[in-house]
Design a protein around this ligand. Sequence first.
Ligand code: FES
Ligand code: FES
Length: 185
Amino acid sequence: MKFPVEITVNGVKRRSEVEPRLLLVHYLRDVLEITGTHVGCETGICGACTVHLDDEAVKSCMVLAVQADGCSVTTVEGLASDGTLDDVQQGFWEEHGLQCGYCTPGLLMSAHDLLRKSPNPSAEEIRRAINGNLCRCTGYQTIVHSIQNAAQKMRAKKPAAAKQVQPAKLRTSKRKREQRRPATV
Ligand code: FES
Ligand code: FES
């Protein structure tokens, strides 16, 4: 049995019929063919599949596509605009925050999530924020430098807009997804 879902992905409304067991990461990659989000462990450990769901970083192998019904999803493809890297991508580029790049889409999304909540994070805060994103080849030092570089760029552009996110907003977002959880899964 399939369920209809409507999910806004990178600003575009997408309608599909999906099985209730379909993971969000497979919906993105296999149904929509948006393949920038990677699959690593499928058990919520590696973070390669991290996307934003209603502006909150989630591991898309831990979310069913039907739970994202009515939500907005941003993937790594939604970061650059008109072929120009965004500040976090540029930070990774300048500080050599990647080698093979397999973990990079997830790290970029986690970094964005952190910088939205904490525009001037300490190195320790960055390490805590990315502890759910495993990288097997770059080493974390340059990844931390990349996120610090990105934070600097973002603060330079929007000093007045750098506000802490209210925790209440995040709780509301989580509650909304819980309410959408279908009874059959
Ligand atoms: S594939 Fe989702 S956390 Fe590893
Ligand atoms: S850049 Fe290769 S796994 Fe992180």
